[in-house]
Design a protein around this ligand. Structure first.
Ligand SMILES: Nc1ncnc2c1ncn2[C@@H]1O[C@H](COP(=O)(O)OP(=O)(O)OP(=O)(O)O)[C@@H](O)[C@H]1O
Length: 227
């Protein structure tokens, strides 16, 4: 029961209570979870037939950072970038952006705090610059500076033409950045809301990223028709 269209350059907030389906939607968009019904496209790739291709196109920061504890911060970022065929030349810049330059870049990931681990995951996305960013509770475990960093990274990604989908309980933080707020409940869309200030056409109608295909998911049985 989830119908969703997200344009390039848009920030989409997924809201809803625990168990509403936010993480599940992110996992579908990441190509990690198969569609049980309906249809969907991410960046022009069909989620039913080619979902594994989607994984190379999107970047996801989940609840638990996907790091190798024995590798250093920098080695983890380089490893993830190589796997995603990203530009290794951006590693240093990305680590500086997330505040993990200097001594911390040579620290084994196993010795990092939860917030520092999250910053490593963010660094991978900053370096990769995927066309679709999927962020699951990105502010969790972060201090004030880290939270501001997440906000900046989201805004920069959208300004660069990427689509950002953020699942969050912290609506006062994320709604001001949002082009759409999609409230989920029981695995369905309960409400789609475009916060004040959103102009017809949305951020995705700006000149940046117009060549990118939108992200479209149309609900399965019981879902609403696509508008
Ligand atoms: N692998 C799974 N197999 C079966 N059911 C699952 C699986 N993962 C999640 N669910 C169920 O799907 C529903 C939605 O879970 P999801 O994690 O998407 O919620 P959420 O909105 O992200 O919640 P939270 O705010 O607690 O993170 C829940 O009822 C959950 O129990």
């Amino acid at each position: 029961g989830v119908d969703l269209v997200a344009e390039p350059g848009e920030v989409v907030v997924l809201a809803g209570a625990n168990g509403a389906g936010k993480t599940s939607v992110l996992r579908v968009l990441a190509g990690l979870l198969p569609l049980s019904g309906g249809e969907g496209q991410v960046l022009g790739v069909d989620l039913r037939s080619d979902r594994r291709q989607v994984r190379h196109l999107v970047g996801m920061v989940g609840h638990a950072a996907a790091l190798y504890d024995e590798l250093t911060v920098e080695e983890n970022v380089r490893f993830a970038l190589r796997a995603a065929r990203g530009d290794l030349g951006r590693v240093g810049l990305a680590l500086e952006v997330v505040g993990l330059g200097g001594r911390l870049r040579r620290t084994p990931a196993g010795r990092l705090s939860a917030g520092q681990r999250r910053r490593v995951d963010l660094a991978v996305l900053v370096a990769r610059r995927p066309a679709l960013w999927l962020l699951d509770e990105p502010h969790a475990s972060l201090d004030q500076a880290g939270r501001a960093l997440v906000d900046r990274v989201i805004k920069d990604a959208a300004a660069g033409g990427a689509t950002v989908v953020v699942a969050s309980h912290e609506l006062s933080t994320v709604v001001p950045m949002a082009d759409q707020v999609v409230t989920l409940g029981g695995g369905r869309v309960l409400e789609v809301w475009r916060p004040e200030g959103w102009a017809e056409g949305g951020a995705g109608a700006t000149s940046q990223g117009q060549d990118e295909a939108p992200v479209v998911v149309a609900g399965g049985p019981g879902g609403r028709d696509v508008a």
